[in-house]
Design a protein. Structure first.
Lengths: 162, 277
């Protein structure tokens, strides 16, 4: 395989940081389950677009930062995000050719897996969700996926990230 | 990579080896909170600096009136407190010690719906310690669980992993108020069907856990349902503290803590602390 020359790779960590900012942006209490998992969405995008170039270590570091920001246990989001990244890596060849609604469907299931792992970790400390509402972010993430995908694709082409 | 994060997770869950690391790394989070709070701060600054003169005057008048009323109450309080001390001396019981407080500001609320915790802008440098009780103007809010140099994290009383000893203000019945992960509800567990508790009762902290000071309002009883088929009464209570409104909160330094760890008093005095009556 031909070696791809790195160009404007700094955009990737930058999008992670922006996603993290969106992750901690204050929301009203009633909307607490509606927040999409922005970091997972951004990770899915980069893994699907540039499977050979994204760094798992960076993803894990960002997930640890998210744990610090949200006050969870270190590695909690790391585990969930690495699972999502692995799923995305498995499916990237297909996802690339899917139309938007099919992609959104795949994203729905991947974020669901993310939430399942997250809730499993919460259950260690006795703080697991009482019902299935913890899957809500998966639906909002799938709904916002077309927006994220198109916006980031435009950004990637404009800056010729490779 | 998955194994690495699992190992990290288990280490942090079951040992306290990573706690110092986490408290150091908290510095990294500050810029995020700063950026995220900017729109809100701008809005507040705007609404603070673009108030009309009449509005300010009106606000000033109401505040003066309120101050006068509170001062009148305080006059009585002084006499009552002195009387209370004398009576307690007669009974040979321990003095009620007045607690010192430190005013802190919330800089973030955990975005994780399953975790009720807040981040405060005061840390070790201000004398904050793990386990320190957190109050707002209306009641008990929670306790500090992690301390960094300049910020700390506190667990709210409504978190599903939190419980605190309380007593009914009316008759002194003791109970344990447990969080259920709902910001507007706590539960009293293992309270017998025959216990004298009714709707509207005020619950105050009982100080039995040696962690929270005695006598701060915690919650109000909203409903009591006694089902003869069940071993315990189901009591729902609503926290007094405005857990998702309060921006300025109080960290209490109990005197016992200060005695156990000399240095807290000097350090705490450097911050914006004051004496509560």
């Amino acid at each position: 395989m031909a070696l791809i020359k790195a160009h404007n790779r700094w955009v990737i960590p930058l999008t992670y940081i922006v996603a993290l900012l969106l992750c901690v942006f204050p929301l009203v209490y009633e909307g607490r389950w509606l927040r999409p998992e922005f970091l997972a969405l951004v990770v899915i995008f980069w893994v699907v677009r540039m499977p050979q170039q994204v760094s798992m270590t960076l993803i894990l570091a960002m997930a640890c930062l998210q744990d610090l920001l949200e006050g969870g246990h270190l590695g909690q989001h790391g585990l969930a995000l690495v699972a999502v990244a692995y799923l995305a890596l498995l499916l990237e060849a297909r996802i690339k050719h899917y139309v938007m609604w099919q992609q959104a469907l795949v994203v729905l299931f991947m974020v669901m897996a993310h939430q399942l792992v997250d809730n499993w970790v919460h259950s260690f400390q006795g703080g697991a969700a009482a019902n299935l509402e913890f899957l809500m972010p998966a639906f909002t993430s799938a709904m916002i996926w077309p927006l994220v995908q198109m916006g980031m694709e435009r950004l990637r082409l404009r800056l010729r990230v490779s | 990579m998955g194994l690495l994060s699992l190992a990290l997770l288990l280490t942090h869950l079951f040992t306290d080896w990573l706690d110092p690391v986490v408290s150091k790394l908290q510095v990294l989070t500050t810029p995020f909170y700063k950026v995220v709070n900017t729109p809100g701060d701008l809005y507040r600054w705007g609404s603070d600096s673009m108030v009309s003169r009449e509005e300010l005057e009106q606000q000033n008048a109401t505040m003066k009136a309120e101050l006068a009323i509170l001062k009148r109450k305080l006059q009585q309080m002084g006499a009552l407190a002195a009387e209370n001390v004398r009576l307690r001396q007669l009974l040979n019981s321990a003095k009620i010690i007045s607690d010192r407080v430190l005013v802190a500001e919330l800089i973030s609320v955990s975005p994780d719906p399953l975790l009720h915790s807040v981040t405060l802008n005061k840390g070790i440098k201000d004398g904050v310690y793990v386990g320190q009780p957190l109050l707002d103007a209306h009641g008990l809010m929670g306790q500090v669980t992690e301390v960094g140099d300049h910020q700390s994290r506190a667990l709210l009383i409504t978190d599903a992993t939190h419980a605190l000893p309380v007593q009914v203000n009316r008759n002194g019945v003791r109970a344990v108020a447990e969080g259920v992960g709902d910001l507007y509800r706590l539960e009293l567990r293992h309270l017998a069907n025959t216990v004298d508790i009714r709707k509207g009762d005020l619950l105050v902290s009982s100080g039995l856990g040696q962690r929270f000071p005695v006598g701060y309002p915690v919650a109000e009883v909203m409903s009591v349902s006694r089902d003869p088929g069940q071993p315990f009464a189901k009591v729902d209570v609503r926290p007094k503290a405005q857990l998702n409104r309060s921006r300025h909160v109080l960290l209490v330094f109990s005197e016992e803590q200060a005695l156990n760890n000399p240095g807290f008093l000097d350090k705490g005095a450097a911050g914006g602390s004051d004496q509560s009556p």
